[in-house]
Design a protein around this ligand. Structure first.
Ligand code: ATP
Ligand code: MG
Ligand code: FE
Length: 355
């Protein structure tokens, strides 16, 4: 059977179709994505109302695109999945509304999916899917968590950020270096041209003994350092010479990545697990991947990532999470079209499936 997935939690509209068979992992048949980033760039961040309206404009054309790319028709859809939360309430309501309307029109059940479960299970769409159990490093724009994952729905948070997320640290640092919004990937590209030891920046909570993170202070330290450089050069931060900006970017990335890597290794030690799964937008970071690969190799730990283009938000991960829940025997609640969304929703609040 086929599962249609709809993602609309923030500023990406994603639609995907996966096929579920009895034994093997679900297979992605097609997916389509529209990013609203350009529209929000003028405001330096996501404008919720504009996001909701744009999801309305994009979701049906994307659905048509996915159906034709997969060679299937809507009558082949057996379950409609959507992102139920966490995310922007208005944006979530668009996906939920469309999913329920489609479900009602097709006479098919509708399933609300946790956005972070989507990120977490996205590596199962790769050519090198993990096996349970594993430690997960979930590093996205809004979340930074280490988790012990024993199966679909069995998520235990081992540690998480007490303030900013890792993606937020990338984005906020990028913004103050004049790299635009969201500047995570721009900062990491610039960082490759710089010297990561040029500036000494803090590694927050590195020796805290627990698995929590804190990135709010780092952003302030980057700002202070950037202003110092600007003062010395007699210019504005954004007008700093390219080499200085590259060194600042490189030093910032090194601080974030070091903490993520060391805490991931600590989580592996603590759980005695030999498998690490990285998920979320920051999982696309080249430096993070290189360091995790090197450290895990030394320890005979296997690392798994989502494909690069599926690290950030997309419909495929939502269809996949729904499909894996269905495969593990979840019963879809009967009040199918009485939808609600959960703008705030901790991942360890969701239940495992008792088949
Ligand atoms: P959440 O899933 O927590 O609700 P989100 O959906 O906004 O947040 P994602 O789409 O998973 O987050 O990831 C977006 C984040 O990933 C942004 O902060 C972005 O800057 C960051 N990011 C993307 N590519 C890279 C990269 N190469 N290096 C560092 N950060 C990156
Ligand atoms: Mg986004
Ligand atoms: Fe996300």
């Amino acid at each position: 059977y086929c599962v249609l997935g709809i993602e609309s939690s923030c500023d990406e509209t994603g639609v995907a179709l996966v096929q579920v068979t009895d034994q093997r992992l679900p297979v992605l048949l097609a997916h389509a994505l529209y990013s609203q980033i350009e529209m929000h760039q003028a405001y330096g961040g996501v404008v919720p109302e504009l996001a909701s309206r744009d999801h309305i404009r994009r979701v049906l054309p994307l659905t048509t695109e996915v159906m034709s790319a997969s060679g299937k028709s809507l009558s082949d859809v057996d379950v409609v999945a959507f992102t139920r939360g966490p995310g922007l309430a208005g944006a979530l309501l668009v996906g939920a509304g469309v999913a329920c309307a489609l479900g009602a029109a097709l006479g098919k059940p509708v399933l609300g999916v946790h956005h972070l479960e989507g990120h977490l299970l996205s590596p199962f769409l790769s050519n090198d899917p993990p096996e349970f159990p594993f430690v997960a490093l979930l590093v996205s724009g809004g979340h930074t968590q280490l988790m012990r994952v024993d199966g679909v729905g069995c998520y235990q948070v081992l540690g998480e950020t007490i303030d900013d997320a890792a993606g937020e640290a990338f984005d906020k640092s990028a913004k103050l270096l004049g790299l635009g919004y969201p500047g995570g990937s721009a900062l990491s590209e610039l960082a490759e041209m710089g010297n990561s030891a040029a500036y000494k920046l803090p590694r927050p909570l590195l020796h805290s003994g627990d698995l929590d993170f804190s990135f709010a202070g780092l952003k302030t330290a980057v700002m202070v350092q950037a202003k110092k450089c600007a003062m010395a050069q007699g210019c504005a931060v954004e007008a700093l010479p390219h080499v200085v900006l590259a060194d600042l970017a490189s030093s910032t990335q090194a601080a974030i990545v070091e903490v993520l890597v060391k805490k991931s290794l600590a989580a592996l030690m603590r759980t005695q697990l030999k498998r690490l799964v990285v998920a979320g937008g920051v999982g696309a970071n080249r430096d993070l991947r290189a360091q995790l690969n090197a450290e895990c190799k030394k320890r005979q730990v296997c690392v798994h990532y989502p494909e690069l283009h599926l690290c950030t938000d997309n419909g495929a991960m939502i269809a996949m999470a729904a499909a894996m829940r269905l495969q593990s025997g979840i019963q879809i609640p009967s009040e199918v079209y009485a939808f609600d969304v959960k703008p705030r929703w901790p991942l360890d609040a969701i239940q495992a499936v008792d088949a």
